[in-house]
Design a protein around this ligand. Structure first.
Ligand SMILES: N[C@@H](CCC(=O)N[C@@H](CS)C(=O)NCC(=O)O)C(=O)O
Length: 185
């Protein structure tokens, strides 16, 4: 089994955590933009190959990895919905990051303004959810990967979201979360 990705992507990190948790034999193939454009129809990382199987999104990869160990992926509707909400906020944050890096003025475009509002509204909601308590399941892991990535890239201000900061601190107790941290240099 081969997992293609980068060491900084939060989507890839979540999959790497699942590989470690499941103690699966899996080769990590570091993959840049050019290689992912060749290797995946979605032109993104992560993607996974296992024998004849090819998966193009972290969600299907996670489901596959969990099922290889006879676990159900997102067994409750509440966990699934939370995972999707975290993912929506993460997608928007990363899109804004990539658009800004490509030279777009994201402050003056009406759709990127909407994306930025989506992120803030999601963070406020997720902060309330985190304050009530989270579990180290796929929704909780994705949220920790998101917050850690946003801090690593200095993309978001978490001053008003103390429960999200606390959740990231709690995540540091997971050996898989520590082992998959983005490189600092
Ligand atoms: N929905 C996808 C999102 C993956 C994604 O956005 N990956 C980013 C890296 S963090 C990427 O490869 N972006 C390249 C691009 O958008 O061209 C998943 O969950 O796997």
């Amino acid at each position: 089994m081969k997992l293609f990705g980068s060491y900084t992507s939060p989507f890839v990190r979540h999959c790497r955590i699942a590989v470690l948790q499941a103690d699966l034999e899996c080769t990590f193939v570091e993959t840049n933009y050019e290689q992912s454009a060749e290797g995946s129809a979605a032109m993104r990382v992560p993607y996974l190959e296992h024998d004849q199987l090819k998966l193009h999104d972290s969600m299907s990869i996670l489901r596959y990895l969990r099922e290889l160990r006879d676990q159900r992926f997102c067994p409750t509707l509440a966990e699934y919905d939370l995972l999707l909400l975290v993912n929506t906020a993460l997608d928007s944050t990363i899109n804004l990051f990539l658009l800004e890096n490509s030279g777009l003025d994201i402050a003056s475009n009406s759709y990127t303004q909407r994306q930025a509002r989506r992120v803030e509204q999601s963070l406020a909601y997720l902060n309330d959810v985190a304050a009530q308590g989270l579990e180290w399941n796929d929704a909780g892991i994705r949220l920790a990967c998101f917050v850690d990535w946003a801090m690593f890239r200095q993309r978001l201000d978490f001053t008003n979201y103390p429960a999200l900061v606390a959740w990231r601190e709690q995540a540091q107790q997971s050996k898989e979360f520590i082992a998959t941290a983005p490189p600092t240099a």
